[in-house]
Design a protein. Structure first.
Length: 121
């Protein structure tokens, strides 16, 4: 397990489920509060499983966005580039939204699962 560094929840043992609502909200970090409710009552192993699945989804979305970004760069003309950009922007929105899901789940879990280190970029 790797402890999360730089988290706004350091010193709180990463146990987001045990924090009061005021402690869960950060002025500098977006937290998906519905995920806190969904994960309450789940075991650490179950939360880790969900976290790993959502990390895999983030990687798939990122890979799709990278492919679309390359299509923008390789476009033959401005019209084609514009069409590619219309696909790329929603893909990046999905990547960033999924990043928030993963970040919230990691804060709830309190550590980065070992399985993630083996699959790093």
């Amino acid at each position: 397990m790797t402890e999360r560094s730089g988290s706004s929840f350091e010193g709180m043992q990463g146990d987001l489920l045990q924090l009061s609502v005021d402690q869960q909200i950060s002025q500098t970090k977006l937290i998906l509060r519905p995920l806190i409710g969904l994960m309450s009552g789940q075991s650490r192993d179950e939360i880790e499983w969900y976290c790993l699945k959502e990390m895999e989804k983030h990687r798939r979305l990122r890979d799709e966005a990278v492919t679309l970004e390359a299509a923008v760069a390789d476009a033959a003309n401005a019209e084609e580039a514009s069409q590619c950009m219309k696909a790329f922007i929603p893909a990046m929105i999905a990547v960033h939204a999924q990043h928030t899901v993963v970040s919230t789940l990691l804060d709830i879990l309190g550590y980065i699962p070992d399985a993630c280190a083996a699959k790093a970029h």
